[in-house]
Write a protein that binds this ligand. Structure first.
Ligand code: NAP
Ligand code: G4F
Length: 364
């Protein structure tokens, strides 16, 4: 049995799935926490299920007993706490749930490790976020930049950041926070802006969608590739001392830029005209309106100027933020969504044909 035992909360999520692959490749025994659900299909980790060193356990970050049970059974050497209600917009609709999971959930992990007597054995990574900088007080942002959280999600994550620091100082635990800027991929949830755009580009190009409705097109993000970012989580826990690190590319683009590039990938050149809610993205060739602004996607408070400075991670962890360019990231996502939409269409055609054959008695 491996002496490297990782426990990942949020294993079914974008990052959890990439991190599982990364750690399995490093010969870890990987344990993941999943929530009981009436549908048992876990798309992002389906390809890992059944592997000998990959194990799943039912637990919930809002249920201390379940966390204690898993931690005491698995006795991990590393915990990656990635589980969260991770959607900023949703945190305005479900602030209490978000606080319970994203703030107190972190405390539950730390306490479980302490109460199971694993403080000397187990290192803990906490998924922090660039949303902590929120209504930014400086650009770019690094580990010294003051926090100014600007959503219920960010406020909850701020508690997570401070409680990790507190347990490090009070109990000498090896626990640290990665302050990760936005990272995307072909596995990104479909309601985050990048994936919403790449999926729409693929659907519009294949005649499956008319228009794309978005909120703030001028919002600026530092977008990296999730597959590259999970390495940093691991590097932080291999370091000789527990510290917090900013992880970012140091490049900034607007939502509008992302749209322009994604649609270019499917052969549609967009021109943006107008301002505010009247702004539109128009197909240069046909004059057709492809992108419109809907206030439904505006947030009560929006974070609009994120740009990270990951010099400390580059210097101390040897992490290379330039591995996947912005252009390549958009290309990876669009290509994956073109395939997804084409497959869905093929399945739909097969279903229709089969239904017809059954009806006509051609097949039984
Ligand atoms: P994600 O795809 O939304 O995945 C979230 C994961 O958390 C899912 O596995 C989800 O399980 C699980 N989860 C939610 N509530 C839970 C609960 N109460 N108990 C147990 N598990 C629960 O998020 P992600 O993009 O991979 O992000 C991973 C972490 O990094 C999150 O903490 C996020 O806040 C943080 N972060 C992300 C980014 C980014 O750009 N992606 C940047 C900075 C920080 P189900 O599948 O059952 O819903
Ligand atoms: O893609 P987003 O929803 O990501 P956001 O809010 O930056 O949060 C993500 O990154 C954080 C790291 O900074 C993570 F901590 C967090 O868990 C999550 O992974 O929105 C990005 C920007 C926002 O300014 C939003 O207002 O895009 C703007 N936007 C414009 N139209 C939209 C839309 N966002 C979404 N989700 N949907 C839209 O239609």
């Amino acid at each position: 049995m491996s002496d490297k035992i990782a426990l990942i909360t949020g294993v079914t999520g974008q990052d959890g799935s990439f991190l599982s692959e990364f750690l399995l490749d490093k010969a870890y025994e990987v344990h993941g926490i999943i929530r009981r659900s009436s549908t048992d299909y876990r798309e992002r980790i389906a390809h890992l299920e059944g592997r000998p060193r990959f194990h799943l356990h039912y637990a919930d970050l809002n249920d201390s007993l379940s966390i204690m049970q898993v931690v005491s059974r698995v006795r991990p050497t590393e915990i990656y706490n990635l589980a969260a209600q991770s959607h900023v917009q949703v945190s305005f609709d479900a602030p209490e749930y978000t606080a319970n999971t994203d703030a107190v959930g972190v405390l539950r992990i730390l306490e479980a490790v302490r109460l199971c007597g694993l403080t000397d054995r187990c290192r803990i990574y906490q998924a922090g976020t660039s949303e902590l900088y929120g209504k930014v007080e400086a650009v770019p942002q690094n580990e010294q930049t003051p926090f100014h959280p600007y959503s219920p999600y960010a406020v909850a994550k701020l508690y997570g950041y401070w409680i990790v620091k507190e347990y490090r100082e009070a109990y000498g635990m090896f626990c640290c926070t990665g302050i990760l800027f936005n990272h995307e991929s072909e596995r990104r949830g479909e309601t985050f802006v990048t994936r919403k755009i790449t999926l729409a580009a693929a659907r519009i190009a294949q005649g499956k969608q008319e228009k794309l409705l978005l909120g703030n097109l001028s919002s600026m993000r530092d977008w990296g590739y999730a597959r590259d970012y999970v390495e940093c989580m691991w590097l932080m826990l291999q370091h000789d001392r527990p510290e917090d690190y900013v992880i970012a590319t140091g490049q900034q683009h607007s939502v509008r830029d992302f749209c322009t590039l994604a649609f270019k990938q499917v052969g549609i050149e967009l021109d943006f005209v107008g301002t505010g809610t009247e702004e539109k993205g128009i197909d240069r060739k046909t004059g057709r309106v492809i992108v419109e602004v809907s206030p439904d996607f505006y947030r009560p408070t929006d974070v609009v100027n994120l740009l990270g400075d990951a010099s400390k991670a580059r210097r101390e962890l040897g992490w290379n933020p330039d591995r996947t360019s912005f252009e390549r990231l958009v290309q990876i996502m669009v290509e994956a969504d073109l395939k997804k939409v084409a497959t869905e269409q093929a399945v739909e055609r097969i279903r229709t044909n089969l239904a017809e054959f059954l009806e006509k008695g051609i097949v039984k």
